[in-house]
Design a protein around this ligand. Structure first.
Ligand SMILES: NC(=O)c1ccc[n+]([C@@H]2O[C@H](COP(=O)([O-])OP(=O)(O)OC[C@H]3O[C@@H](n4cnc5c(N)ncnc54)[C@H](OP(=O)(O)O)[C@@H]3O)[C@@H](O)[C@H]2O)c1
Length: 349
């Protein structure tokens, strides 16, 4: 008879588990190749912070901008001039509060939360634990898995702020979402429908059915039809992706229409930033870009849409924590359909 030895964890190993955690770390700016899985000190919450056991995080374009320090301005914005100050990326998370600091009144250990940690420029979500300001977090919608919840904070809030705050969306308006199949776009289509708009979604052939199933009234396959040339005009255009010129978007707007650029090619970004204000001042059409700001009030607004099922996160791929670099490479390739998520705690998602 073979005897199995009882498995015991050595006291030294137990001590390590209490004080250390696994995290995806980078010490120099660069491509996803510079990311490494390391054992690092577990953070301790201070002042108004909570310690969250991260169950899932989503990858966002912002993580890539900070990772690559692209644009260069990132280095001057407190992220570190020569090398990164905070060595763990990951802004959008969902998890369980494990400990709270003295000043935290709104949460208790055990609360299940989600949020965008990037307000202070800190991030830290690509790790087993993260310390976050309690003000950055909201109780997770109970009907969502941790992965679905982690998909929401950055992308859905960007879509909401683009449509509502910059776009002043109204029920009954004709709204076009360019880049409708991506992380921001899939939320934009559903949030625009929730506002009662008539939504036209622009995507490539392979995404037509998926985007229609999200509730878009009309879908334009950009490989077959040019929305700037088909004679249709819109009250609001939100460009979450793409590479059209600002004059093409202007042509597709109705008189008094609004164009909001939230993402896309550098050409789109710079034209919206530089020419948008001038076009808005000199004519009836309003054109400009949005830099989304993390905001828990907006996250609560989205949470209500999630709870009623009006908005459902679309997840394209899930990766384990150790494959975070691969997840970022996939996002960077620009073909994700919905969100790309990191499952940090694989036993409890
Ligand atoms: N303003 C802000 O504060 C803010 C916040 C978050 C993100 N962003 C920016 O928003 C942009 C989108 O982010 P995301 O996470 O939604 O991106 P994403 O998930 O990577 O977008 C991928 C999707 O874009 C579609 N796409 C690619 N090229 C396209 C084109 N020429 N025309 C139409 N669709 C195209 C792809 O569909 P097909 O394969 O069908 O083409 C794919 O489904 C990025 O530029 C990001 O930097 C800005």
């Amino acid at each position: 008879m073979t005897q199995t030895k009882p498995t015991t964890t050595s006291p030294k190993r137990m001590k390590m588990e209490e004080t250390h955690m696994k995290a995806i770390v980078y010490h120099t700016y660069g491509s996803p190749d510079v990311l490494k899985l390391e054992e690092v000190q577990k953070p301790v919450p201070q002042d108004d912070e909570v310690l969250v056991k991260v169950h899932a995080a989503s990858v966002n374009a912002g993580d890539l901008h900070v990772l690559r320090a692209d644009p260069f301005l990132i280095r001057l914005m407190g992220y570190g001039l020569l090398k990164p100050k905070n060595t763990i990326l990951g802004a959008a998370i969902a998890g369980r509060i494990e400990a709270i600091a003295a000043n935290v009144k709104q949460f208790q250990p055990g609360d299940v939360v989600f949020g965008d940690l990037s307000e202070s420029g800190r991030r830290g979500g690509f790790a087993e634990y993260v310390c976050a300001s309690a003000d950055a977090l909201v109780l997770k919608p109970s009907r969502l898995s941790f992965e679905e919840a982690a998909a929401v904070p950055v992308a859905a809030v960007t879509a909401l702020q683009g449509l509502r705050d910059k776009g002043h969306i109204q029920a009954g308006q004709k709204v076009l979402i360019h880049g409708a199949s991506g992380g921001v776009g899939t939320f934009a289509v559903q949030i625009a429908k929730a506002f009662g708009a008539e939504v036209t979604a622009v995507c490539s052939t392979r995404n037509v059915d998926a985007v229609r199933s999200m509730g878009a009234d009309h879908v334009i396959d950009y490989t077959k039809e040019d929305f700037t040339q088909n004679g249709q005009h819109y009250d609001l255009i939100v460009a979450t992706n793409g590479n059209r010129s600002i004059s093409e978007y202007k042509r597709a707007l109705r008189p008094n229409g609004t164009y909001v650029q939230t993402g896309g090619s550098k050409k789109q970004v710079y034209q919206a930033m530089l020419l948008g204000p001038w076009i808005s001042m000199t004519g009836s059409k309003k054109m400009g870009n949005l830099i989304a700001k993390p905001n828990t009030e907006d996250l609560v607004f989205v949470k209500e849409l999630l709870e009623t099922g009006k908005v459902i996160p679309v997840i394209d791929r899930r990766y384990p924590l150790r494959e975070t670099a691969e997840a970022l490479r996939y996002l960077e390739a620009g073909r994700a359909r919905g969100k790309v998520v990191i499952t940090v705690d694989q036993n409890n998602t």
